[in-house]
Design a protein around this ligand. Structure first.
Ligand code: PLP
Length: 437
C-alpha cells in the first residue's frame, strides 16, 4: 500500500479555470522561481505545498463547468434541516448572545443535550464533548492536539481524503496506509496488529471511519472492538469518525466503542442536512488526562467557537432527533438501487459498499488507472460528477454518492451513469476528456 498519495500526479491546474483561487495559485507556482529571488515571500510553507489540492475543489469546479451535471461526487444529502429547528432562526438572530463569542467547548445547553444523546444512543458513558465548526475541524483539532510531526499515523485504504490532508498539512509525513479486505472493504485488523506490534515507534493515532467514507461499508461490532483493543494494547489513540452513524441499510448496525484511548467524532452535516451550518463534535473520554486543555488551546486559535446560531439550530435538530433522520435515510434506499444498477456494466464483483453512509465504491476496468480523467470525461460528456478513487489512495476506482439527489434526480443521474459506463466498455473515452479538465 502506498505511503504517500499518488494524487499529486493527477492534478493539473487549469489556467482557464473559473476559480480565481486556483488561478492565483497557478500563477504563484509558475512564478515561484522569480519569487524565490525576493526573500522569503515566495516560500509558501512546504507543509501546505506538499498537501494535495482538495479533491472537493476540483469536484465543485467540474460540477460548475459541466452544464446541468448530476452531483454524485460530493458527500452531501438533498434535505434541509428540520423545520422545527429553522423556524425560530429569525428571532434567535436578534438575541445579542447570538452575535457574541460562545464558550469554546460549545453552548452549555447543546453540550448537555449531546452528552445525553451520547449516553442513550451511543452507549458512551464517560464522555466529554467539544463542539466544533464541523467534524473536519474536530479532526484537525485532534491531530494538532495528539500528534507531533515526527509521529506516524495510520489510515486504511480507501481512506477519507480529508483525514489524509489533515495529517499532511500539519507536517506529518509518516502516514501508514493499511489495506482493507478486498471483498468487504473492512480495515485489515491483522495488518494493524502486526504494524502496532512490530514498529520501533508505535503509531500515535489510528483513524477509521464507520460507516465508511468512501467505502460505504459498516464495520461490524467485533471488528471495531478488536481494532480498539489493538490500539489500547499498543498505546495508540483510536479516532473513529461516525459522521454517518444514522446512515445504515440492510440490517447493519452502527456501534461506538468507548475507552480512554478512543475519540469519537460526530457531525450534524449529513444527518440533519446542516452541511453549510458547520457543526460537529468531538466525544473523548473524561479520563483522558490533559486532553481537554490542549483541545481548548487549539479551539481558541482556530474557530474560538462554532457559530452560535448554528449551534442553536443543532439543538433544535436534537429535539427532533433520530427518527426524523431515519425517515430521510430510508428514501435513499431507492437511490442506492438505481445506482447499483447503473454501475452494473462494471460487473457485480466490482461494486462494493452501500451498507452504510451514502457511498458506493466501484472498480473501473484495469486500463483506467487514471481515474481523474475518467471522472472529467463523465462530467463533460455524460453530465455526471463522480469522485476519483485516487483521492482516497486507490487509483482506478470511483466513489458514487447517492445522498445528494432526490429520487427523481437520481433516476436521471443513473441513466447517464449507465450510458457512460456502457460507452466506456464498448468504445473507451470517446472524445475526451478535453484539455480544460
Ligand atoms: C467521514 C466524514 N467525516 C467528516 C466529514 C465532514 O463533516 P463536517 O461537515 O461535519 O465537517 C465528512 C464530509 O463529507 C465525512 O464524509
Amino acid at each position: 500500500m502506498p505511503r504517500s498519495s499518488p494524487l499529486s500526479t493527477h492534478f493539473r491546474f487549469d489556467s482557464k479555470s473559473s476559480s480565481s483561487t486556483l488561478r492565483h495559485f497557478d500563477l504563484w507556482c509558475n512564478k515561484k522561481g522569480a519569487f524565490a529571488l525576493m526573500g522569503s515571500l515566495g516560500r509558501l510553507s512546504s507543509r501546505s505545498l506538499e498537501t494535495e489540492i482538495p479533491i472537493m475543489v476540483k469536484i465543485l469546479e467540474l460540477t460548475e463547468g459541466a452544464k446541468d451535471a448530476m452531483p454524485l461526487g460530493q458527500g452531501a444529502v438533498y434535505w434541509q434541516p428540520p423545520e422545527q429547528a429553522l423556524e425560530n432562526i429569525k428571532q434567535i438572530a436578534w438575541e445579542p448572545s447570538s452575535s457574541r463569542y460562545g464558550t469554546h467547548e460549545g453552548l452549555p445547553e447543546l453540550k448537555e443535550a449531546l452528552l445525553k444523546k451520547l449516553l442513550l444512543e451511543n452507549k458512551l458513558y464517560k464522555s466529554s464533548v467539544m463542539v466544533t465548526a464541523g467534524s473536519n475541524q474536530g479532526f484537525l483539532n485532534l491531530v494538532l492536539a495528539l500528534c507531533d510531526v515526527t509521529d506516524s499515523v495510520v489510515l486504511f485504504a480507501p481512506y477519507f481524503f480529508n483525514s489524509y490532508m489533515s495529517f499532511r498539512m500539519t507536517g506529518i509525513t509518516n502516514i501508514l496506509v493499511g489495506p482493507s479486505d478486498p471483498d468487504t472493504l473492512h480495515p485489515d485488523a491483522d495488518w494493524l496488529e502486526n504494524i502496532l506490534g512490530e514498529s520501533q515507534s508505535i503509531p500515535k493515532l489510528v483513524s477509521i471511519v464507520n460507516p465508511g467514507n468512501p467505502s460505504g461499508t459498516c464495520i461490524p461490532k467485533p471488528l471495531v472492538k478488536r481494532i480498539s483493543d489493538i490500539c489500547r494494547d499498543a498505546g495508540s489513540w483510536l479516532v473513529v469518525d461516525n459522521a454517518y452513524e444514522y446512515f445504515i441499510y440492510d440490517g447493519s448496525e452502527h456501534f461506538c466503542v468507548e475507552g480512554k484511548h478512543v475519540i469519537n467524532l460526530f457531525s450534524f452535516s449529513k444527518a440533519y442536512g446542516m452541511m453549510g451550518w458547520r457543526v460537529g463534535y468531538i466525544a473523548y473520554s473524561s479520563e483522558a488526562d490533559g486532553l481537554r486543555t490542549q483541545l481548548l488551546k487549539i479551539q481558541d486559535n482556530v474557530a474560538i467557537c462554532a457559530s452560535v446560531i448554528s449551534q442553536r439550530v443543532a439543538l433544535g435538530c436534537l429535539e427532533v432527533g433520530r427518527p426524523w433522520v431515519t425517515d430521510r435515510v430510508k428514501t435513499l434506499m431507492r437511490n442506492k438501487e438505481l445506482l447499483i444498477d447503473a454501475l452494473s456494466p462494471l460487473g457485480d464483483g466490482n461494486i462494493k459498499g452501500g451498507e452504510g453512509a451514502i457511498f458506493l465504491w466501484a472498480k473501473l476496468p484495469d486500463k483506467y488507472q487514471n481515474d481523474f480523467d475518467v471522472v472529467c470525461w463523465f462530467a463533460q460528456r455524460h453530465g455526471v460528477v463522480l469522485l476519483p478513487g485516487s483521492a482516497c489512495g486507490v487509483p482506478g476506482c470511483i466513489r458514487v454518492t447517492f445522498g445528494a439527489v432526490t429520487e427523481t434526480e437520481c433516476e436521471l443521474a443513473a441513466k447517464r451513469l449507465k450510458k457512460g459506463l456502457e460507452e466506456l466498455a464498448a468504445d473507451g473515452m470517446v472524445a475526451g476528456p478535453d484539455s480544460s479538465c
